[in-house]
Each structure stands twice: as structure tokens, then as C-alpha cells.
Design a protein. Sequence first.
Length: 309
Amino acid sequence: MAEILLSLTIIGVVAAITLPSLTGNINERTWNTQRKALYARFSQAIALMPALNGYGTLTEDENHSVTADTAAETFVTEGLSKVLKINNICDADHLADCGVISSITNMTGSPVIMPKSLVALNDKFNFTSSNHDGYIHGYSVIDSKAAAFETQNGESIVVYYNPMCTTDIGVVNNWHYLQQSMCADFVYDLNGSKGPNTVGKDIGFITALYPSDSVVVSIAPVGVRSQVKQYDIGKACTALNPDSRPINYDEGAALFVNKNLIGNIPTDLNTWTSTVATATHAWWISPAMGYREKYNKNTAVYTYCIRRN
């Protein structure tokens, strides 16, 4: 009997040690599968829409106060719901009715209140001026309220929408601003309030760019590799994490749009993309501020590495 009790005790201790790890691994695999399936559904749905801009009403008065805003909700009801199976639609004041929780945890472990508007998602959408290298920069997008919906698979999705998005990304003093190209950003929760409600686990984002011939990207940031030249970025990211890759031209926009959900992006960070502009220059972006420019590939700057969902 003593031997049996001892054996059961050992089994219990081993189970207590290994069970959380096994459960975590199972959750990670489940989330990875769900993320890929959700991204595939969104990519297919967006491709079926003739254009992503122009839905709803979004106007402001001479004092830049929004006087009418049906943009995001109309985008879902009149546009997205025609190409994607949706169960329930909620406005910004009733996000919880679509299973959206009030607070999430970003990738650095900090709490983030679920934004209820485009500017609350990223205040650089109201980036009207900034003194940089002696120039005044900026590009402003009218703020719009968020909307939310639930899918038939049980995901809760919050939508941040720019009805005036365009392929022209707003060149100001040679700086190309990303705000104008973002049409819709979708922050998803794979399992509602069940937890852990953390970006990179059950919570993530999908970004749709350009009104026609739209590009849909979904990324999971891995980290920053410091001071490398553009042509070395592939090796630098692989050294940081074997599964990571440098961002491309459009993934840089998603990195910028969702900077607060990611967390810990320094305001002075400039990062290479993998997209080459000319034989001597490639594109780099400021994921914290929202602009990008062609830069000499021989210059050593930071590189942000990601995994693609």
C-alpha cells in the first residue's frame, strides 16, 4: 500500500509540473490554427469586395468636431457582411454585446483599454504636425467610431475604419504617410472573455490596405534587431528567431497601425523593410510615427522582425 501511495504521489507531482506546459502548448497550437483560418477567411472576403472605401458617413465641422459618423458600422453591414458570415453587429457604445472585453494585455504585458475609435487605436491618425529634420510633417485622418461583430466561428472582431482610404499614401516633403492607405483594421479575439486576452495569443490584428486591389496582412512581431544594413536583414531576423522574417512594405503599415497593441515601440525607431525601391535604396519606416521613405541600403538602421500568421 505504501508503495502504491508513493507511486501515486510521484505521478501527481509529475502531472502538476507538466500539465500547465502541455495545456499551454495545446492552446498555442489551437490559436495558431484559428489565426490562420481567420486570416484566410478575411483575405478571401476582402478580395470579393469591389472597394473598401466610401461606406457610411463621416463628416466634421470647421472646428474638426465629428458631426456625423456611420462609417465603420455601415462598412460591416453593407459591405463586409455581404462576403463574410456574420452573426451580430454592434456599435462603439455596445462592443460588449459582441463579446468584446473592455481591457486586453499588449505584447509587453501592459493593459490596454479596448479603443472605441480610430484615433484611440493610434493617436498618430490625428498626426497634424511634427518637427522632423527642419520640416513640418503630418497627415490627419478624420476620427471614426469603432464597430464590432461576431463571426459564426465565435470570434469577436472590432473594426477601425477609414472610409476615405486611398492608394496614394500622402507624400509630404518626401515622407510617405501610412495613415491614408489603411482602410480597415480588425482586432480579433479568438475566444471572447475566456482569456488570456493577450495580443499574440488569443488576440491579434488583421489590416486591410488600399481601397481596390486591397492587400490584407496579419503579423506577429518577434523583436528588433539593431543596426543592420538592409541587405543583411534576412540573416539578422533568422538569427533573432528561426521563424521570423523582416517586414515588407505593407506589413510595416500594420506594424504602425497597431503599435499600441504591440507595445514598447520607441518613438525614434526607424526600421528597414524587405522591400527594395531602387538598386541603391530600400524602404524604411517609422512604426511609431507613421511615415516611410527610401533610404540608402548601406546605412545601418534597426530591423523589426515578425512571424506571418
